[in-house]
Design a protein around this ligand. Structure first.
Ligand SMILES: C[S@@+](CC[C@H](N)C(=O)[O-])C[C@H]1O[C@@H](n2cnc3c(N)ncnc32)[C@H](O)[C@@H]1O
Length: 214
């Protein structure tokens, strides 16, 4: 949660843990500095999955498969998840983890750059979880709009950039300026869109949620 670590710690202490498999996978990811969804984002996602009961989810950014396995665990057995990852060092562990989780019949890992994969996808999804290259979020939004069913939901993680989003571009390190600029574009587009209803929530690293008009 952005702003107050003690408050975040308190709120997170209220949530019960995940399954032993997910808890172990989360520990491994944290030990290896692999960026996965934070505890408070997990709680929100678990809630959304229960509330929306999606049948099909597209995830952009699998890393080692934690959030894909998490979504399989907390969605209905009929829900299928496709997840895209382009970093070979993460694809191999992701495949192994999905296999070990017992959810390989529900999770499909698509190898490759989301910029190339997304335009080739034709099926539509109930929910799209955006969690990959931050500078690509405006592009992911366009593709998500095309791929989302009417009434479907977009969730986009890391959109407040640990608070950096509100700084002037000159206060942001030069190497992060493109991300800063594109993330602002993304937030403007998703909130101003006339066919989405969106909210930007300071949960975890900031999560944007948007429902597409029916
Ligand atoms: C924040 S991590 C995803 C974490 C994962 N969703 C979780 O919570 O378990 C972002 C992932 O997106 C991948 N990624 C970045 N750019 C990508 C691209 N253009 N195409 C596909 N994957 C990409 C990175 O390699 C990284 O593993």
């Amino acid at each position: 949660m952005i702003g107050n670590e003690r408050l975040t710690g308190f709120v997170n202490s209220l949530y019960k843990g995940n399954t032993p498999f997910l808890d172990a996978l989360e520990r491994d990811a944290r030990n290896d500095d692999i960026p996965i969804i934070r505890k408070e984002t997990q709680a929100f996602l678990r809630f959304v999955l229960k509330e929306r009961d999606p049948r099909s989810i597209l995830e952009i950014g699998a890393a080692i498969g934690f959030s894909a396995i998490f979504m399989a665990e907390y969605s209905s057995p009929g829900c299928r998840i496709s997840t895209i990852e382009n970093y070979e060092k993460r694809i191999v562990p992701a495949e192994k983890n999905i296999e070990k989780s017992g959810y390989s019949d529900r999770i499909t890992l698509i190898r490759g750059d989301a910029a190339e994969i997304l335009p080739t996808l034709q099926e539509s999804f109930d929910m799209i979880f955006i969690d990959a290259a931050k500078a690509q979020y405006p592009f992911y939004l366009k593709e998500a709009d095309r791929l989302l069913k009417p009434g479907g939901l977009i969730l986009a993680d890391n959109c407040l950039q640990d608070g950096d989003i509100l700084e002037s571009k000159f206060a942001v390190e030069r190497r992060n300026r493109t991300i800063h600029k594109r993330m602002r574009e993304f937030l403007k587009e998703i909130t101003a869109s006339d066919h989405f209803t969106a909210a930007v929530l300071p949960i975890g690293d900031g999560i944007a949620v948007a429902v597409k008009d029916k």
